[in-house]
Write a protein of this length. Structure first.
Length: 257
């Protein structure tokens, strides 16, 4: 049960728009940001909403979670994963990077002097790499608002024009049977195209994705060459798919075949 009219108004906004930031709620509801934060804490404790540093969404919105919300979750862990994953990069290589909020953190490890070329369907990643003077190619295509990702046939056609050394990607779910899955059918299709045009693929996976399943199967671990995660994988899983621990740093682990 809601405690006051403001809680009802917050939920009405979220039901209509799917996502909101604290600052925007404060302005629209004529309440201070600390008051809004207390409201959101109450609503979260009651199970009505989910929060991150990026804002708030309804608790039952498990599909098409806005990128601003996802980018605010587990940022430290994602950054650690990408720092270790970046050790796989080699000078003058061409790489695919998907639009995931995890892979976004690779941007800080790619420098102009590395002479690395990046092909990505992530609009935010394009912007950051361009600011860093990294040679960047956008896939183009239809832009999905919730993920700020380009998808569709045009994006796939662009990817088919490149031959990449590495493909870095994440997904929304990783099941204990080795299945990698995602909620977006179109982003799944583009990841599969990138995988087909890359020599090796690197799966970036934080703990929140473990033991969950989404609607669309992206890959099996049998299709992947490297896994970088913040979880120690079981010996049975490593043996089944032929991975060994190659490196670890600050709570991140790199497994390779």
């Amino acid at each position: 049960m809601f405690k006051n009219q403001r809680h009802i108004e917050i939920m009405a906004i979220l039901k209509k728009e799917g996502f909101a930031e604290v600052r925007a709620l404060s302005e629209r509801l004529y309440a201070s940001q600390p008051t809004i934060r207390r409201d959101l804490s109450f609503l979260e404790n009651q199970g009505y909403v989910r929060r991150s540093h990026g804002g708030v969404i309804p608790a039952d919105d498990t599909v098409n979670t806005p990128v601003a919300f996802r980018r605010g979750k587990r940022t430290t862990e994602k950054a650690r994963i990408c720092k270790l994953a970046a050790t796989l990069l080699s000078r003058s290589s061409l790489v695919f990077i998907d639009a995931s909020t995890t892979a976004f953190h690779l941007a800080e490890h790619i420098k102009e002097t590395d002479d690395i070329k990046v092909v990505t369907n992530g609009l935010p990643l394009c912007s950051v790499l361009a600011e860093n003077n990294v040679r960047t190619f956008s896939t183009g295509g239809k832009l999905v608002k919730s993920s700020m990702a380009f998808v569709g046939r045009q994006a796939e056609n662009t990817v088919n024009g490149f031959n990449a050394d590495l493909f870095f990607f994440s997904a929304s779910s990783f099941c204990e049977d080795g299945t990698i899955s995602d909620y977006s059918e179109e982003e799944t299709a583009l990841r599969q195209t990138m995988h087909a045009r890359a020599s090796k693929s690197v799966f970036l996976c934080d703990e929140d994705k473990f033991n969950t399943v989404s609607a669309f199967t992206v890959f099996s671990l049998s299709d992947i060459d490297h896994i970088v995660t913040d979880v120690l994988l079981s010996e049975s899983l490593l043996k089944e798919y032929g991975f060994t621990l190659q490196a670890q740093e600050n709570g991140a682990y790199l497994y390779s075949k």
